[in-house]
Design a protein around this ligand. Structure first.
Ligand SMILES: Nc1ncnc2c1ncn2[C@@H]1O[C@H](COP(=O)(O)OP(=O)(O)OP(=O)(O)O)[C@@H](O)[C@H]1O
Length: 255
């Protein structure tokens, strides 16, 4: 062993991108959405990704989660280089090791809350760990709603189902894309508390794209993107500090 190991040894990252570049289109329509981004998400941390509209937040998340493929560069999830996987292996990795929460909940309308929560595991043929599942259902406060269909639940309750679904399989990492974007501030705060609690109490790793400085203040770290590059980061952020940094990144014509 080398006596001077770096503080963040490679295996301390749940996900890591090196020189990640994504180019859409060609010629006149060519857009460099990500420009040689190198970033790591440490296990057991809650990271928020912020930046002006079009700065590459969703592209970064989609590439890291294996929903989109990089033009150049490499991505590691745990110790797996995703570039070396074929489509089937990538689908399985997404299913087994990644949890997703989307702005639009994405629940299946014909299934009950409980069936939605366990669906990814049912598809994978995995038995949920009972104690874990029950603790998640308790934590998100859904115990008395498990038989309800999504249409019988409020937006906040539907998003709680989606968070429980993302956590149920104990994924290596949860990616949340604007999870509070469709919620009133009280329901949004609940969802952020659950995500925060899954990191602090359960050791989950969460990466969340958001436009909201208050939402970002629940994270351990905020990474700021502008024009496809990481331009800044904040640790232990306050909403005020995030707002101030965002103000410096947003071009005057967008204010
Ligand atoms: N499928 C696509 N085809 C072509 N261009 C795309 C595609 N997806 C994204 N882009 C472009 O890449 C750039 C980054 O987009 P991205 O959606 O990652 O930004 P964002 O920061 O998530 O924006 P927003 O906050 O508005 O959601 C933008 O210029 C966008 O127009």
């Amino acid at each position: 062993m080398h006596p001077h190991q770096p503080l963040s040894a490679p295996d301390s990252y749940a996900a890591h991108a090196t020189d990640l570049t994504k180019v859409y289109g060609t010629g006149d329509t060519r857009v460099v959405a990500l420009d040689a981004v190198t970033v790591g998400f440490v296990r057991g941390q809650f990271t928020a990704i912020m930046g002006p509209s079009g700065s590459g937040k969703s592209t970064l998340m989609h590439c890291m989660a294996g929903l989109d493929s990089p033009s150049f560069g490499s991505i590691r999830l745990g110790d797996t280089e995703t570039g070396s996987l074929n489509d089937r292996q990538l689908t399985r990795l997404r299913r087994d090791r990644i949890g997703f929460v989307f702005q639009a909940f994405n629940l299946l309308p014909t299934l009950s809350a409980l069936e939605n929560i366990t669906l990814p595991m049912d598809i994978a043929g995995r038995e949920p760990e009972r104690a874990w599942l029950e603790s998640i259902i308790q934590t998100v406060g859904l115990a008395d709603r498990l038989g309800h269909r999504p249409a019988q639940l409020s937006g906040g309750q539907q998003q709680r189902v989606a968070v429980a679904r993302a956590l149920a399989g104990r994924p290596d990492i949860v990616f949340a894309d604007e999870p509070t974007g469709n919620l009133d501030s009280r329901s949004g705060a609940e969802i952020l508390e659950f995500l925060r609690g899954s990191v602090s109490a359960l050791g989950q790793t969460v990466v969340m794209v958001t436009h909201d400085p208050v939402a970002a203040s629940y994270a351990d770290r905020v990474v700021f993107l502008a024009d496809g590059r990481i331009v800044d980061e904040l640790h232990a952020p306050t909403a005020e500090a995030v707002l101030e940094r965002m103000g410096r990144l947003t071009p005057a014509h967008q204010v």
